[in-house]
Design a binder for this molecule. Structure first.
Ligand SMILES: NC(=O)C1=CN([C@@H]2O[C@H](COP(=O)(O)OP(=O)(O)OC[C@H]3O[C@@H](n4cnc5c(N)ncnc54)[C@H](O)[C@@H]3O)[C@@H](O)[C@H]2O)[C@@H](O)CC1
Ligand SMILES: Nc1ncnc2c1ncn2[C@@H]1O[C@H](COP(=O)(O)OP(=O)(O)O)[C@@H](O)[C@H]1O
Ligand SMILES: [K+]
Length: 534
């Protein structure tokens, strides 16, 4: 049985891996060379699965025969398109097919699928695609994972011409096979001719596993479904580190999330507060304490047994007026921190939010890292090293997590920064983690977590998990606190703590909904935990 799976509904208890185009080809080739399946069978399953997924996504299209236009490219993606065309015709639809490129150069599988279609209907010239009345469904089978450069202008023109065909039937639903044509499946860039409007889709149906490009940058498709075509999967538990070389997508269903978090969260019968750990959050001077207070609150809510806020003596009074369960200590610079860290029960440190830029912060960071504590470095703790990132890297260790947004990342890793790199965000974070010798969590709707040993994960607030209201002042401070709260128990690797915190951060935002401000995030956690069944 091959059926469409809406990935947000995964309840298999397993983490999903996002593939590169090369990894997808390798999975296909492994199955074919083992004699388990032929390329033609895979293409038939892909086409059939696409039709089933589209009709379940748009139930009104399943109610009766409609009208489709299918645009087929020169490769195997086009081959999938011919299968879709044939199956819709079998279901009684009116189907027009337009082809791009030299049919004789197509793969044997794609040629065979084209021939099967041609037994029933013609393949028309792509330049004619604008003629005719408006279809209910436009199928983009122009280019898939084999795209190596910008798609041709004639493909762009034809797609837009079909979308804007005259007619009274209303909306044209756009279905992309495997990916929106032009999408670089490895890095999420849209490769279209200069000045051309990129293609888009209402639904993308992809095969076997989602590809990296589906989740990086702003997706050109509103929805994504993954169809099983019978290739071997590599299930892995979220409580183990991700496989090096693969990109783990954090998207467990509710059942799996409960099992995962039961192992990750530091709460168990018989534990007392010191088993859960003690997180120290460092705060700034008078009037600068909000960010650290929110981080401290988040650390406590996510499960640290104790949280202490350390602030300069001048800021004690105002913080005392704002704190209850969180303890407060005056802290005199790096020397004061060193004294405080003589207490071995302080098991994790969060530093950066509201801390201030400059030499004093650099000294505090060096002291914290030198004391070999699990540490989260955010905001000013990162930006203070912008003139000499190597000085920071020299003191970092594998128990540290850095949580830069794109701007802070650019200050520490200018050569890997957005816009200056032809590497993807995934590669940039992985290279940065290797250079820093610490875990890097690079923020955004597509948050990438990378660790020095090669583990890379993606927490995507995209598609059904979109939470644009999370981009609000202080949300990052809360995330740093959440990671620091999870690190305190010492039970899990920094990478796994960063994963769980990032996932919960987005789930808390989704649970709260629009109108969210940063203070709401920690307060939403108890409700979220209850909903997950913890
Ligand atoms: N890998 C797999 O396991 C499976 C792949 N299938 C389909 O096969 C697709 C990949 O097929 P292909 O590797 O043939 O690649 P595509 O069909 O994505 O396109 C590659 C073809 O277009 C040409 N081309 C690439 N960039 C171009 C450009 N900018 N302008 C003009 N021509 C260009 C290439 O020379 C090649 O002929 C997948 O996306 C998927 O739709 C499915 O049939 C099912 C299984
Ligand atoms: N459009 C978005 N969708 C989902 N999450 C977002 C979006 N924009 C920002 N975020 C998240 O919000 C947080 C913002 O953090 P940051 O940039 O450090 O802000 P601040 O310094 O104000 O706390 C990050 O966790 C980031 O991933
Ligand atoms: K496509």
């Amino acid at each position: 049985m091959h059926h469409a799976t809406e990935i947000s509904e995964t309840e298999s208890g397993l983490a999903m891996e996002l593939l590169t185009a090369a990894q997808m080809r390798a999975a296909e080739e492994a199955a074919m060379s083992a004699g388990k399946v032929s390329g033609l069978q895979l293409m038939e399953r892909a086409g059939r699965g696409s039709v089933d997924a589209a009709l379940s996504h748009w139930p009104d299209l399943a109610e009766g025969p409609h009208h489709a236009v299918v645009l087929c490219g020169p490769g195997n993606n086009g081959g999938d398109g011919y299968v879709v065309a044939r199956r819709l015709l079998d279901a009684g639809w009116r189907v027009e097919v337009f082809g791009l490129g030299d049919a004789a150069k197509a793969s044997p599988d794609a040629r065979r699928m084209r021939a099967l279609w041609e037994a029933a209907g013609p393949v028309q010239d792509l330049r004619e695609a604008g003629q005719g009345d408006r279809p209910d469904l436009l199928v983009d089978a122009l280019f898939g994972t084999g795209l190596s450069r910008s798609i041709p202008q004639e493909a762009v023109t034809a797609w837009h011409a079909v979308r804007t065909r005259a007619g009274v039937t209303g909306q044209v639903r756009c279905l992309a096979l495997d990916c929106v044509s032009g999408l670089d499946c490895d890095n999420g860039q849209m490769l279209v001719p200069e000045g051309a409007d990129a293609l888009s889709a209402d639904l993308t149906v992809t095969y076997h596993a989602a590809k990296r490009g589906h989740f990086l940058k702003t997706p050109p498709s509103a929805a994504l479904k993954v169809v099983d075509i019978g290739l071997e999967a590599h299930p892995a538990s979220l409580t183990a580190m991700p496989r090096p070389g693969y990109l783990r997508l954090l998207d467990p269903g509710r059942v799996e999330a409960r099992r995962w978090l039961e192992d990750i969260l530091p709460v168990a019968p018989g534990h007392h507060k010191y088993d859960r750990g003690h997180t120290l959050v460092l705060g700034g001077g008078p009037g600068k304490g909000g960010a650290a207070r929110m981080a401290a609150r988040a650390a406590l809510r996510i499960g640290a047994g104790l949280v202490t806020l350390g602030v300069p003596p001048a800021a004690v009074q105002e913080n005392a007026a704002r704190l209850d369960a969180i303890m407060l200590k005056p802290l005199r610079g790096a020397e004061g921190l060193a004294e405080m860290l003589e207490d071995g029960r302080l098991s994790a440190i969060v530093l950066g939010p509201g801390l201030g830029l400059g030499e004093e912060t650099r000294q505090i960071v060096r002291t914290a890292l030198g004391a070999n504590r699990r540490s989260v470095l955010d905001a000013d703790a990162l930006s203070s090293f912008q003139d000499d990132p190597d000085a920071l890297f020299a003191t970092l260790h594998d128990q540290a997590v850095l949580t830069p947004h794109e701007g802070e990342f650019a200050r520490l890793f200018p050569d890997l920064a957005h816009g200056k790199r032809d590497v993807s965000k995934v590669e940039a974070a992985a290279l940065a983690a290797e250079r820093a010798g610490a875990t890097i969590l690079l923020k955004g709707p597509d948050t990438v977590i990378a660790s020095p040993a090669g583990a890379v994960s993606l927490n995507a607030a995209l598609y059904e998990r979109a939470a644009p209201w999370l981009g609000t002042a202080g949300a990052g401070d809360v995330l740093a606190g959440m990671i620091g709260g999870l690190l305190a128990s010492g039970r899990i690797a920094p990478h796994l703590a960063a994963e769980a915190a990032a996932w919960l951060h987005v789930e808390a935002a989704r649970s709260f909904g629009p109108g969210l401000i940063a203070e709401d995030l920690p307060e939403e956690l108890p409700k979220l935990f209850r909903e997950i069944g913890l």
